[in-house]
Design a protein around this ligand. Structure first.
Ligand SMILES: Cc1ncc(COP(=O)(O)O)c(C=O)c1O
Length: 307
């Protein structure tokens, strides 16, 4: 399955991969009561380095807080040490990191206050989420008929596991229809984000992205806004309509899994030149340099794992 490792960290212990299992009656499994993160550890000349680890772990805890869980078993610093320990134990030079806090140890039911959170951290070696070819050539997308959550339905600032069937349905529909990814509109019909990425539009030399209201506040989005500023492109956060996408000069996606990828087509309409545009190329290059330890901001954003 490509996700193998020697150990998975579970509630303070490194457990052999095959033994890292949960009981059928775990409440999280039935009601989506958990929160997760997707984090990348990059290979650098100074060894493995995790990109913006504290920010990811803070968002993990915020997600449980948004869900309404009042008991947090570990602090950000304890989780940070656990992530380092898991990478070291598995001897990966670069990997994807998947922490999950999930409600376990309690009776099944809809009351969060009767079960207790457990924590697991898995790591595995993982290449480009949308494919190596997509990094250079970009992806084709469709506007999904599935709407992004209204924030009073399930809140989009949280990576709550129970939020994700919305993304899963949009992504699966896009793949079955022959596209690579889905763009999701918010309940008012404006562009929100993708199934697992944030979206940026370039037009007449300016970069735009959707406001935070109905999106996950992506950590890569935040990094790219800063890097674009460093390159002399301030990013404007303002509502974006579907037709603004069709007439964009360039569009690109950002996310931990997808990294920074151009969009070449949406709904059978060619975007710009149909190739990665010059602004996207500059930002993608600087993003990878930074994540791999060669950028001016690398020290600010990389958490080096001591081997
Ligand atoms: C719905 C959604 N939007 C955007 C993102 C991108 O966020 P990040 O850059 O923090 O990975 C993700 C991935 O976590 C996501 O699941």
């Amino acid at each position: 399955m490509g996700m193998e490792s020697k150990y998975i960290w579970m509630d303070g212990k490194l457990v052999e991969f095959e033994k890292a299992t949960v009981h059928f009656l775990t409440p999280a499994l039935h009601y989506g009561l958990g929160a997760f993160e997707g984090i990348r550890c990059y290979g650098t000349s100074r060894g493995p380095a995790v990109f913006r680890l504290p920010e990811h772990l803070e968002r993990l805890i915020d997600s449980m807080h948004i869900l309404g869980v009042r008991e947090m078993p570990y602090t950000v610093e304890q989780l940070r040490e656990a992530v380092h320990q898991t990478i070291l134990a598995n001897e990966f030079k670069q990997c994807y990191i998947r922490p999950l806090i999930y409600m376990a140890n309690g009776p099944l039911g809809l009351n969060l206050d009767v079960s207790h959170p457990s924590v697991g951290i898995a790591v595995w070696e993982w290449g480009a989420y949308l494919g190596e070819e997509a990094i250079e050539k970009g992806v084709s997308m469709m506007i999904s008929s599935f709407t992004r959550h209204h924030p009073n339905v399930t809140m989009t600032k949280a990576k709550i596991t129970g939020n994700y069937p919305n993304s899963v349905m949009a992504k699966t529909l896009a793949l079955r229809a022959g596209f690579d990814e889905a763009i999701m509109l918010d309940p008012t019909g404006l562009v929100a984000e993708c199934s697992g990425e944030n979206l940026f539009v370039v037009r007449n030399g300016k970069i735009y992205t959707s406001p935070r209201t109905t999106i996950l506040e992506g950590i890569t989005r935040d990094a790219v806004i800063t890097l674009a500023g460093d390159l002399g492109y301030p990013v404007i956060e303002e509502p974006i309509s579907r037709d603004q996408l069709y007439i964009a000069d360039e569009i690109f996606l950002t996310g931990t899994a997808a990294e920074c990828v151009a969009v070449r087509e949406i709904d059978y309409r060619v975007i710009g030149s149909g190739k990665m545009g010059p602004v996207t190329r500059k930002i993608q290059k600087l993003f990878f340099e930074t994540a791999r330890g060669d950028g001016k901001r690398s020290d600010e954003w990389l958490d080096y794992v001591k081997c």
